[in-house]
Design a protein around this ligand. Structure first.
Ligand code: GDP
Ligand code: MG
Length: 139
């Protein structure tokens, strides 16, 4: 178990509002990813800015931070073989309009900002993000 690959996944506030938390978790579990950490938190601005620090200065940054801090999110660590890539393919393209049918973002996303889920984009990002949300995970 400890040698499995990890991804930090967030079900963003619209996923809670759309009542698809169970559906989203099932999609990941059905692809043989398992949950090693899970919590529901209201992400504050400081944490949101740290998580999305690479996007500072982008025209959509303010809308992104307002969205992710608007209400509670479900944050989890998913583990399994090739977890980062597997999560990304189950989520679909950042823009729901471009995402392949049957992916989470295609099926449930509202627009390119309000797109239901976050998943780490590399193993290095996963480690940084997991440390941000689950402080003692790697101890
Ligand atoms: P992801 O890794 O697929 O989530 O995409 P990114 O890391 O590029 O962007 C992070 C988040 O910022 C996305 O999930 C969207 O919520 C938002 N976002 C990214 N690119 C755009 C964009 O071009 N326009 C807008 N409005 N929002 C964006
Ligand atoms: Mg990203």
């Amino acid at each position: 178990m400890v040698f499995m690959k990890k991804s930090l996944v967030i079900i963003k506030p619209d996923g809670i509002g759309k009542k698809i938390v169970g559906e989203i978790i099932s999609r990941f579990e059905n692809e043989n990813l398992y949950i090693s950490k899970l919590k529901m938190i209201h992400i504050d601005r400081e944490l949101a800015c740290m998580h999305y620090c690479d996007h500072k200065g982008k025209p959509y940054f303010e809308r992104l931070i307002n969205y992710i801090t608007a209400d509670s999110s479900v944050v989890m660590v998913l583990e399994g073989e090739d977890a980062v890539n597997k999560v990304r393919s189950i989520m679909g393209n950042t823009d729901p309009a471009k995402a392949i049918s049957g992916t989470i973002r295609s099926d449930f996303g509202t627009d390119i900002t309000i797109n239901v889920v976050h998943g780490s984009d590399s193993t290095e990002s996963a480690e940084r993000e997991i440390k941000l949300f689950f402080k003692n995970y790697y101890q």
